[in-house]
Design a protein around this ligand. Structure first.
Ligand code: 5GP
Length: 191
């Protein structure tokens, strides 16, 4: 998506450790006009699919997911990062290693909010090594629901997540795929 690529070029800051900072329009301040364009694009990409619900993960996926959901007229559920794992059987739980915080989180979704047979679209801001999306897929499959696809704003194509998911047959649609980026030179190349 050209608009998103242009915005990343203009306002993205490449940090050491393969981290792209997009706080100016995506991860801290949010450009809702841009989010709306992303929502339209995800709707176009998944137009023919049955989508009953959107699943994302707190915190940075929530904003985009809510805007995207308006184009599908479906609810958004966000997986919560939990300190203590709930053992009373009321939740689906999985573990996700955070790329940016280098920490393993227990992540939960109440069993009330994903039902067997529901068709789910996963939405997130970034795809890096794929841990977050793999955890969400795990929760959906445990619930007996169906992963309809994955919509990502920014995929870092030089990390393995996208490849791993596509190799498993998961449909991944990323609006911008970064081929390479260089912190010292401040350069970003798109696929
Ligand atoms: P993964 O689980 O695919 O390794 O990482 C995806 C998650 O880590 C996303 O939910 C996102 O919040 C965060 N993330 C990964 N890489 C970046 C990055 O370069 N910049 C930002 N801002 N977040 C990232």
């Amino acid at each position: 998506m050209k608009l998103l690529q242009e915005r990343i070029r203009r306002d993205g800051i490449v940090k050491d450790g393969n981290v792209l900072k997009v706080d100016n329009f995506l991860n801290h301040q949010m450009d809702i006009e841009l989010f709306n364009e992303m929502g339209k694009e995800f709707k176009r990409l998944f137009e023919v699919n049955r989508i009953d619900k959107i699943l994302t993960i707190e915190a940075s996926g929530i904003g985009i997911a809510c805007i995207v959901a308006q184009y599908f007229n479906v609810p958004v559920v966000f997986a919560k990062k939990s300190q203590s794992i709930n053992i009373d059987g009321e939740v689906y739980a999985t573990k996700i290693e955070s790329f940016t915080h280098k920490k393993v989180y227990d992540v939960i979704v109440s069993k009330k909010y994903i039902s067997p047979g529901e068709h789910i679209l996963i939405i997130d801001d970034f795809l890096a090594n794929g841990c977050a999306v793999a955890g969400l897929i795990d929760i959906i499959q445990n619930a007996g629901a169906i992963v309809e696809g994955v919509g990502i704003a920014v995929e870092k194509g030089f990390q393995q997540g996208g490849q791993l998911l596509r190799d498993k047959g998961v449909r991944v649609e990323s609006l911008a795929i970064i081929e390479s980026m260089d912190a010292a030179a401040g350069t970003i190349e798109f696929r």
